[in-house]
Design a protein around this ligand. Structure first.
Ligand code: S3P
Length: 435
């Protein structure tokens, strides 16, 4: 996405201080839109992420016949499900920038009795869709990747009755796992997925919420769903997104004299490795007021601390995959070297995040070594503010705006409209913390 929207950060105040509530969780919002739209009955949804990505998914499900009745704020509404009686979409479905939206909806659309077509923006049209087409074709789906790049969107889907399978995921991907499980929910029999490492389990937790019969093996690696099953609508409050909170966990750690409290943040054990890794680096983070309603959540307070390098463990990678750009920024302000390997998946995100993170760190004077599957960042040298590209990637834009807060001079991120795909209001919340 290209635009003229640039953001500049420079900070010479006393510190970042305050208490904020970051917007709702992106992964959970997509899934609530999809499952709630297929559900029997209506439900109150609170704290839905009103970002472009999730609104695209919600609009897609409205095209299938779900209704959205406004509530007291844009993030609160009533979702009226189709009771598993969706209608064929009248138009091609626009997934915008969202891999999650497109991949999860593909699992559903493949099993519904009509033809549909999904497309995305320039970045999404380059991302691999073969990873969901392969297992869905094993189930009998007819999906054609029509993009100019082989195996990429637009996707043309001739929906039909599918058959259950067991699928061994070749990569640790919650999106692929979820696409297969959603398709499995819609077909007769038991569909199971084995993952090489534990990935975020929001689909499974929402299966519990909506009364879909499923089970998980003792080691957590194999998930099975018994279909066909109709989700039963039930009110839900979506916690704040820990991936958005991560920007403040790093900003609060590296900007001197800071103290930031983040309220109601999702603390799902498959998502909170960013906290563990920052604590290992010496961060001053405390978690309080922990509650659990389907998903655990709580308040997090971060204060400035002296950080030191660490090795991120293989099993931590899927748990903090989206936080690696901002973790790399933290590493640039830490003493010693932080090593992140086994993260080749970063190359097929909204941008090639190994290359774009390394490039922007170097442009600021950081010391970084790039590997095929990760990065080693050596901190210590002060970074200098400069003008940087966003690479049409929301997390790159926000990560380097955070870096700019703790660097000399001012930092400008060009073309950062894309921040709205996951974090509308980021800049305003940033400025609200300036003291
Ligand atoms: C997501 C899973 C991850 C993550 C993405 C959201 C999800 O992608 O990077 O932002 O909601 O399932 P992969 O499953 O492709 O690793």
């Amino acid at each position: 996405m290209s635009s003229n929207y640039s953001v500049t950060t420079s900070f010479a105040g006393e510190g970042l201080r305050g208490c904020i509530r970051v917007p709702g969780d992106k992964s959970i919002s997509h899934r609530v839109a999809i499952l709630g739209a297929l559900a029997q009955g209506s439900m109150q949804v609170r704290n839905f992420l009103c970002s472009e990505d999730c609104l695209n998914t919600l609009r897609a499900m409205q095209q299938l016949g779900a209704q959205v009745l406004p509530g007291d704020a844009p993030q609160n509404f009533t979702l009226v499900g189709t009771g598993m009686n969706p209608t064929a979409p009248a138009h091609d479905i626009d997934c915008g920038n969202s891999g999650t939206g497109m991949r999860l909806m593909a699992g559903v659309l493949a099993a519904l009795p009509f033809t549909s077509r999904m497309f995305g923006d320039e970045s999404l049209s380059k991302r691999p869709m073969g990873r969901i087409i392969a297992p869905l074709e094993m189930m009998g789906a007819a999906i054609r990747a029509c993009g100019s790049k082989p195996g990429c969107a637009p996707l043309q889907i001739e929906g039909r009755g599918l058959r259950p399978v067991h699928y061994d995921l070749p990569m640790a991907s919650a999106q692929v796992k979820s696409a297969v499980l959603l398709a499995g929910m819609l077909c007769e029999g038991t569909t199971s997925v084995h993952q090489p490492a534990i990935t975020r389990d929001h689909t499974e937790r929402l299966f519990s919420h909506f009364g879909i019969p499923y089970s998980v093996s003792e080691d957590g690696l194999t998930v099975s769903v018994q279909g066909p099953a109709v989700p039963q609508a039930r009110d839900i409050v979506i916690p704040s997104d820990i991936s958005s909170a991560a920007f403040w966990l790093v900003a609060g750690s590296i900007v001197p004299h800071s103290c930031i409290t983040l309220e109601g943040v999702g603390l799902n054990p498959t998502r909170r490795a960013i906290i563990d890794v920052l604590l290992r680096m010496g961060a001053d983070i405390t978690v309080t007021n922990v509650h659990s309603e389907g998903e655990p959540y709580g308040d997090i307070t971060v204060r400035t601390a002296r950080l030191h390098g660490t090795d991120v463990r293989r099993e931590e990678i899927p748990n903090l995959i989206d936080e690696i750009p901002v973790l790399s920024v933290a590493a640039a302000f830490a003493e010693g070297t932080t090593t992140i390997r086994n993260a080749a998946e970063l190359r097929v995100k909204e941008s090639d995040r190994i290359a774009t993170t390394a490039d922007n760190l170097r442009r600021m004077g950081g010391c970084v070594q790039e590997f095929e599957d990760g990065l080693a960042v050596t901190g210590g040298a002060p970074l200098s503010g400069t003008e940087l590209p966003s690479y049409a990637d929301h997390r790159i834009a926000m990560s380097f705006l955070v870096a700019g807060l703790a660097s000399a001079g001012s930092t400008t991120l060009r073309d950062c409209e894309n921040i709205n795909t996951s974090y509308p209001g980021f800049e305003a919340q940033l400025r609200s913390l300036f003291r």
